[in-house]
Design a protein around this ligand. Sequence first.
Ligand code: PMP
Length: 414
Amino acid sequence: MATPTVPIMERGEGVWAVTEAGERYLDAVSGTFNLPLGYSHPAVVDAVVAQARRAMHVGSSMASPLKEEFTRKLAALAPAGLDAVWLRDITGSTAVECAVRITQKATGRPGVLTFFYGHHGQTLYTTGLAGPAFRREAFPATSSIPAAVRAPAPYCLRCFYDAQPATCGVKCVDKIDEILTYAATSRIACLIVEPVFGNGGNIVPPAAFFPKIRRFCSERGILLVADEVQTGLGRTGHMFASVALGLDPDIIVLAKGLGGCGVPLAAVLMRGELDVLERHEHSFTSGAHLLGLAAGIATLEVISSPSFLADVRRRGRLLGERLRRLSHRHRGIGEVRGLGLMWGLEMVTVDGGRDVERANRIVEVARDRHRLLLRTSQYGRGNVVKVRPALVASEAELDEIVDRLDAVLGETAE
Ligand code: PMP
């Protein structure tokens, strides 16, 4: 299999990835969106080093003060009512599976409902929760094995029902009943939704979508799971996007940014009465790893410090405004959408089609000529260029990202 030429990074400083030769790359996507505090935030480094000297790991059957402290801190930040924490996962994929297990056990129902353009991980099971585009592209052999019923996503630019967002009344939610027969509805344990569809193309649903989905689930006894693996912990300018947007979920799944600088850690937050799993029913050898927990505690402290999130929102607004201005000056940007520091530029052809080639060229030219790291939404057919810098990126660094992107858009225009 061909391996793309990528720079070999030796270290990182803040939002900068540095090669052995000392070349500095401006990372506009914070690794894989999992470095909210950048590559080596001192609070995270100090916490991990200090913990490593005490003990690197204790078995999942043992208690530890660190597990208790992390659980207490996370529960204190959790939205009202979601104060139970399951802490035995290492990655987002298995944490999503944990959420499914919880809802299946709690409801006695087997089924799961997800959205086209949703993405919930890369294990065999979570791959089956994704929309068909992702499954076909990533795993042709298993593309015919969906693990969930999928509903059309609230993707207004390319509405499945050709509705007008200003007047449609979020018709796509009403249409879910047409996908589920009454008999099937009564067999659905949970609906899983990302508050912003990350890998599907940075799709921001219309505001009315969230309360409507909440009502849809409540009326049918379906538990609502917010997959906040990408959106959680400040990425959208709020601790939990699902809460800020009015989704009011029963369960929130967290991973990616929880370890601050990419230290692996995942957690599931849920309403107390959903804390139904026995310890042995969902557990991994390296789950709740002490180094992850040490990083997690430091991360929660930084993100919950006074004015941190307000400042993410402020810098996010500035970034959004500057990206929108780019779309007025350069051809081929169909939509700029995002929240907080989670933005996407949808690249389109003259007839409005998906310009996957241009998006890929933008990423390559940015990396090779401008030392700017970007990514595409490869799971949403790859025509959205994602811009998601670390939450600690300064205003000057955000400006630098936009300036470099400006040059790249110019160079890839013909
Ligand atoms: N959910 C979402 C929304 C994700 O973006 C991802 C990772 N891309 C996952 C779940 C899976 O997380 P992990 O890669 O840590 O298994």
